[in-house]
Every structure is written in structure tokens, then in C-alpha cells.
Design a protein around this ligand. Structure first.
Ligand code: CDP
Ligand code: MG
Length: 735
């Protein structure tokens, strides 16, 4: 499957490698590298790959314009200020020649669909053009939505630079738990989810003169709902302009939905991209990606590399391995600058991917899908596409939602390849075969709304006064099964009454920008008099799985430190609370985090989230009450939100979910992994090698009937046998 093994111990025969490259010519493999232009000796070569990958060039993604037609790079003269340079760059973007035409089209039509290649300047330029043309007069804002928080932040930062203003003043952004805007703000970038929330307080979006729904092709749930809502507003607010912008060419669908709105196409500029496939399927795409990056680095002319990966963990793994392997090579190869980019990457580190690559070095950007269309990174000449992304899928029958690594669609594959041809002819290395591409990939990705739990959506729509979900104007309606399941879930959570109307609890829940189960947990903390503790837990859960730090060489220490917070087998939720409370006691000490193998960055984020949740508690008039010693009260509040997630121990040592029975296990990172309590409640399921419950707490089964009587009956929680359940070694060690 992998290229060649000439049989004997001579597994690393570098000449064989070299032949393979030349035979299938990945470009004109020059075997030169770096600024020194030194030819690699065969000795050096074998350090780089133990085993290379065999690619075959199969097709060319056509360019749309030739080199001589391309705008000239603005030449750097020392006299130019940063601002002047940025202004020149603005004028060199593909969208610039169409500025007047675009503004005229917007003036003439209320709704306009705009289509243009990634990098043409839609996101950064359109709002500025609108501002320059007077759309922000009398304090009205131009709002631009992004499906991803990183994109909203980084684009806002770029635009504020271009306008020479401080980020957060005239140009700002708003993402969940972070509002970087002020009274001055006239250009506001935000996630689509945040605009959705703004409808709650301003149903006619009166502060906006223009709404640009950007990256419409992504079809996130929030974007899809925004489509229906803004279409409705546009009918009674004739002064509101709507722009729907997309990077892909199937804009007819958007136009059809918005009553045949005109489509404005910005002709792209792209150089041809050679597409290479592996000759045989790759068993391990992580490994294949690493080898391919190194192969490109030592054999290909200068130009940066963009690798598409599925998530933070994968990116960190590859980052580490690449660093390790290039360090081992020392000065034998040119410098490889590794730049990760994913949603949770701290802001200070995000800027690195936009910095120009130093002379003689090569940049390799390890990105999630965010680099497919949301972010434009200049200088990319090589794309490595393993062909996967993480996709949410939902089974309305069981109510289980999972995030799984899935093959991408053909449309995505084309977008990814296109990223390499922006500044010169590019090459895309697909880590799958041409046969796989033709036969195994779907044409397009299914819109998120058709593969998600809709409880959140239904709650938002209900709180916007939209009761008739069946007749809501969806571009692609969600499956009715999923809508019914969501209604059932919200009813069980007491957010809706039996007529499907929002209850007082439901109204309070809708104020929190959280999943309904988490918001219910918070609202229920009022009853159990432990709101102080519950918001800490909610904030810690919202940060995700990046609280504990487990360096490879100190795993035992790290695990011991973690178990300290679990004393008394309190369960993972209380352990998270203990972490937060202890940190607070040290007056939020960074040193304390280091000593306890806790990521200070995640803790700071948890503190920010917590502050906001506390503010929202005030808003819904829930008193902040502390009750740290009554663990049962805290656990009951958790159960009030998460009773759907109850599981019971089986004789096998595995668990079974109580409703819609499914076999699940306690995640090894849980403090209860050894303990195996008879009944547990979990925060989420993750599928790795098995279906694992993450963040687990022990529960008394009668709580289920007490707390969720219309969901659980006594028969659901009765123990059918009184036999002792198997115990792990944990309890023995503890007692
Ligand atoms: O939205 P679209 O893909 O059409 O393009 P854009 O995001 O407006 O990007 C236009 C140009 O702005 C890109 O070519 C980048 O050079 C630059 N840009 C940047 O330098 N830093 C950012 N954070 C975003 C854009
Ligand atoms: Mg864009």
C-alpha cells in the first residue's frame, strides 16, 4: 500500500525514494531546499522519510486568469506607512474593480447574493465599502456574520488595521462570551449565533442598516435560521439591505430562496492547481500527512503548505511530531515554521499564521476546516488534504448527537485544492485515491440543520415568538422527527408546557447562550440554593476538555494532581467545581495552575464565562446563593438539566443508558473510571474506540423520578437484581 519495500533491510534506500518522486513527478522534483539551495545528499534524504508516499498527478483545477493579468504586488518602499501599504493591498484585491458596480447593485436591490472565490475580499472589503458609501451614517451598523469565532475575530482585527482604528472601537466583533464592541462600533463582525441572539432583544434589528450573511455556503444551523428571519424582516423593513455572500458557485439556491434576488459574481483570480492523488489508499492519514509535508518541504520549490485536519487534538499531535522530526534533522533542511489554527487557539497565537514567512523558511499551517473558506492565508502554494473533517451527526430516534470524523464532500475537496492557487500555480496533494474521490465522496455536505439536535433552535425560535415550526421558512427543513424530539426534550425540561408554549423556566433558559440542558441546570440551581456553585460548574464545562494538562513525560504526576480534586469520589462535576474554587482561593494564581497541571488559559476563560453567566443570573432574577457543602443539592441541580443522560451499570462493567438503551463506558479520564457507581449522569458522549461518557457524576436513581416525573417512571429506575455489581480496584484502594 505504501510505496515500495525493496525487500531486505534496505528499507530506507533513498534512491528508490527519489525515483518514485521523479517517476510520478510531483512537479519537477528538484530535490533542492531552502535558501541555501543545497542539493540533498542521499544520506540526508533517508533521515527525512523512512517511507515516502506515492502520488500521481491526475487532474488540473483550472485557473481563471493568467499570470500577466494578475495585479502587481505592491512594491515595498520604505517611505510608505503601514496604512498606505494596506490601502494599496485593498486596491489589489479582486473585488476592488467592482466596487462601484457592487454599491450600485446594493442601492438598486434590497437583497443581493454575492459570490466570489475565497480571498477576493468579500468579508474584509464589503463592509468598508458600505461604510464609505454612507450606510453607517446616523450611527447605524453594518453587521457581518461568520460561522466561526476565529474568523469573526481575525477579520475584525484585519479591518480595524485597514481603517487605522482600534479594534473594538469603530470596528468590533461579538462572539459568544466575548463582546469586543463599543458605542462607537459601526462595522460589527459576529458569529451567526450571536446575531441570532440579538433578535431576542431587537426583533427588527433596528440598529443595522445592512446585514451581510457571510459564508452562506457553510449552512450552519444559525445561518439557516437567520435566512428565514432576515427574509421576514426585509419584508417590513424596506430600508434594511441584505447581502448573502458565498464562496461557492451554486448561488442559485440562495437567490431562489430570497425571491429571486440578483446574483453578483466577482470574477475570481486563480492560478491552475495540479491535483495529485495517492496511488493507493492510506491507512493512517495523520502519518501520511506528516510524511507528505516533509516530502514537500525537501523536494518542492519555496511556498507555504496548508494541511487540513479535523480538530485541535490532531493538530497538536502533528505539530509535535513535525517539530520532533525536523529538530532531529537540524540544519540539514530549511526551517519549517509550524503554525496551528483552530477555534480554541488563543487570540495571541492566531496572528502568527498571517505573518509573512521569513526568507529561506517555509511555513506549514495546520488548520481545521476554518481555512477552507473562512480565512484567507496568503502565500500558500501546497495543500495537503487528507479528505476528512469532523461532522456532527444526530440520531433523532435515540436523541444522541455525536461529532464524528467523516469524509468531506467533493465541493469541500475543490475548495481546499483552490487554496493553493491564490498567488501562483499551486499543488494539492490528496491523501486518497482518484477512485475514492469519484466514488466515495458526496457532492455536497448535508446542511447542519438536518443532522443536529434541534432543542436549542426550537427554544430560540419559541422565545422569538415563532411557534409554528412546521411552517417556518427553512431553506431546507429539518426532519420532522428531529423537531418532535426537540419539542419532547424541551417539554421534559419544563421549558415548554403541554401546548408547546414557552414556560417561565423556558423563558429564563433562553437567556443563556448555552445548550438547553446546561441552561436548565443553571435555572434549577435556584430551587436547590446553589447557583454560585452551579455557574462555576457550567463555566468549567463550557470551556471544554482543556482544563487538565497531561504532559507525556509527567503523566503520573498530572494524574495524581487531578485525582486530588476527586477526593471522596465526588464525581467529575464536583471535581471541576473544586478546581475552580481552589484556584479562586489562591486569588487566581498562575503558579498554582502550573503546580496542579491545570491550563491557566482555560481557567481564565472559565472565569470570563462565569462572570457573564453571573450577569445573566441577575438578569433572570436568580439570586446568587452558595451552598458548597450540600453536594446532593448540587448534584440534583445537575440532574435537573441532564436527566436525559442517565446510565446504569451492567454486570459486564459497562453502562446502559436508561432511555433508548445503548451501551456506553466511563471515559478513562474520569475520576470515577475505577469506581463504577451503579447509577451515573454524564455531560456528553464521545465516540473514540468505544462510546464514552465524559464528565460523570454518581446519582441516586430516585432523583430521576423526583426531578423528571414526566420522563422517568418508577419502573425505569427499579433495580431488577440486588446482586452486587463488579467493582474496579478504585474503591478497594480508597476504603
Ligand atoms: O472574504 P473573502 O474570502 O472574499 O476575502 P477576505 O477575507 O476579505 O480576504 C481578502 C484579503 O485580506 C486576503 O487576501 C488577505 O490577504 C487579507 N486578510 C488578512 O491579511 N488577514 C485577515 N485576517 C483576513 C484577510
Ligand atoms: Mg470571507
Amino acid at each position: 500500500q505504501r510505496y515500495r519495500d525493496s525487500g531486505s533491510s534496505d528499507k530506507m534506500n533513498p534512491f528508490a525514494e527519489q525515483e518514485a518522486w521523479e517517476e510520478h513527478q510531483i512537479g519537477k522534483a528538484s530535490l533542492r531546499y531552502g535558501s541555501k539551495n543545497k542539493k540533498l545528499s542521499s544520506d540526508d534524504y533517508q533521515y527525512v522519510f523512512e517511507d515516502g508516499i506515492d502520488f500521481i498527478k491526475a487532474s488540473v483545477l483550472d485557473g481563471t486568469q493568467h499570470e500577466d493579468e494578475m495585479a502587481e504586488e505592491p512594491n515595498d518602499s520604505a517611505a510608505k506607512t503601514m496604512l498606505e501599504k494596506l490601502q494599496e493591498e485593498r486596491k489589489s484585491l479582486p473585488i476592488y474593480p467592482y466596487r462601484e458596480e457592487l454599491l450600485k447593485a446594493i442601492n438598486d436591490h434590497q437583497i443581493l447574493v454575492i459570490v466570489g472565490e475565497t480571498g477576493s475580499g468579500k468579508t474584509t472589503q464589503m463592509p468598508q465599502y458600505l461604510h464609505e458609501a454612507g450606510y453607517t451614517k446616523d450611527g447605524k451598523m453594518v453587521g457581518c456574520t461568520q460561522p466561526r469565532r476565529v474568523a469573526a475575530m481575525s477579520v475584525a482585527a484585519r479591518v480595524s488595521q485597514e481603517m487605522g482604528v482600534k479594534l473594538g472601537h469603530e470596528v468590533g466583533y461579538s462572539i459568544r462570551f466575548e463582546d469586543c464592541t463599543s458605542e462607537k462600533t459601526i462595522l460589527k463582525y459576529m458569529t451567526d449565533g450571536m446575531l441570532l441572539r440579538e433578535f431576542l432583544s431587537e426583533p427588527d434589528l433596528a440598529s443595522y442598516s445592512v446585514i451581510m450573511i457571510d459564508e452562506a455556503h457553510e449552512r450552519t444551523i444559525s445561518t439557516d435560521i437567520l435566512f428565514g428571519l432576515v427574509k421576514d424582516i426585509a419584508r417590513f423593513r424596506k430600508d434594511l439591505k441584505l447581502l448573502i455572500s458565498s464562496a461557492t458557485l451554486d448561488a442559485e439556491k440562495f437567490s431562489d430562496f430570497f425571491d429571486s434576488a440578483p446574483i453578483f459574481k466577482i470574477p475570481g483570480r486563480r492560478y491552475p492547481v495540479d491535483i495529485h492523488y495517492t496511488t493507493a489508499p492510506e491507512a493512517d492519514y495523520i502519518d501520511a500527512a506528516i510524511v507528505t509535508v516533509l516530502q514537500i518541504h525537501v523536494t518542492q520549490p519555496p511556498g507555504d503548505i496548508l494541511v487540513f485536519l479535523t480538530g485541535q487534538e490532531e493538530i497538536e499531535t502533528i505539530d509535535e511530531i513535525l517539530k520532533h522530526r525536523t529538530r532531529g534533522l537540524g540544519t540539514k533542511i530549511a526551517e519549517l515554521m509550524i503554525c496551528p489554527i483552530y477555534a480554541n487557539l488563543p487570540t495571541e497565537l492566531q496572528a502568527k499564521i498571517f505573518e509573512p514567512t521569513p526568507e529561506g523558511a517555509r511555513k506549514v499551517v495546520l488548520a481545521t476546516n476554518i481555512a477552507e473558506t473562512s480565512l484567507t492565508i496568503d502565500g500558500i502554494k501546497y495543500v495537503v488534504d487528507p479528505g476528512f473533517c469532523k461532522i456532527k451527526s444526530y440520531n433523532p430516534r435515540t436523541g444522541m448527537e455525536s461529532l464524528l470524523v467523516n469524509p468531506i464532500s467533493k465541493a469541500s475537496a475543490m475548495q481546499r485544492a483552490g487554496r493553493s492557487g491564490r498567488t501562483g500555480p499551486g499543488k494539492c496533494f490528496r491523501l486518497y485515491t482518484a477512485y475514492n474521490y469519484e466514488n466515495d465522496l458526496d457532492e455536497n455536505t448535508v446542511p447542519e440543520i438536518q443532522r443536529s439536535n434541534l432543542a436549542n433552535v426550537v427554544l430560540s425560535l419559541k422565545s422569538l415568538g415563532i411557534h409554528d415550526l412546521v411552517n417556518f421558512d427553512f431553506m431546507d427543513p429539518p426532519p420532522s422527527e428531529a423537531v418532535i424530539k426537540a419539542l419532547e426534550q424541551l417539554y421534559a425540561l419544563n421549558a415548554l408546557n403541554s401546548r408547546g408554549e414557552l414556560t417561565k423556566i423556558g423563558r429564563m433558559m433562553a437567556e443563556f447562550p448555552l445548550d438547553p440542558m446546561l441552561s436548565k441546570m443553571i435555572v434549577a440551581s435556584d430551587k436547590y440554593k446553589c447557583s454560585e456553585e452551579i455557574v462555576s460548574i457550567a463555566a468549567m464545562l463550557s470551556v471544554g476538555n482543556s482544563i487538565f494538562y497531561r504532559p507525556k513525560d509527567k503523566q503520573v504526576h498530572a494524574d495524581n494532581a487531578r485525582l486530588n480534586f476527586h477526593t471522596g469520589n465526588v464525581g467529575d462535576h464536583i471535581a471541576l467545581l473544586n478546581v475552580y474554587a481552589s484556584w479562586k482561593e489562591t486569588n487566581f494564581s498562575t503558579q498554582w495552575c502550573y503546580e496542579n497541571y491545570i491550563q491557566v488559559r482555560s481557567m481564565k476563560r472559565a472565569r470570563d464565562i462565569r462572570d457573564q453567566l453571573e450577569g445573566l443570573l441577575e438578569k433572570v432574577e436568580i439570586e446568587i446563593v452558595s451552598n458548597p457543602s450540600n453536594l446532593d443539592a448540587i448534584k440534583k441541580a445537575i440532574t435537573s438539566g441532564f436527566f436525559h443522560h442517565a446510565a446504569r451499570l451492567q454486570k459486564t462493567g459497562a453502562y446502559r443508558t436508561v432511555k433508548n438503551p445503548q451501551t456506553v463506558h466511563i471515559h478513562p479520564s474520569s475520576g470515577l473510571a475505577q469506581e463504577l457507581p451503579r447509577w451515573v449522569i454524564y455531560h456528553e458522549l464521545v465516540l473514540t474506540t468505544k462510546e464514552y461518557m465524559r464528565q460523570v457524576t454518581e446519582l441516586k436513581p430516585d432523583w430521576l423520578v423526583e426531578i423528571a416525573p414526566h420522563y422517568y417512571q418508577l419502573k425505569d429506575v427499579e433495580d431488577s437484581s440486588s446482586k452486587k455489581m463488579p467493582r474496579g480496584p478504585g474503591r478497594a484502594a480508597m476504603s
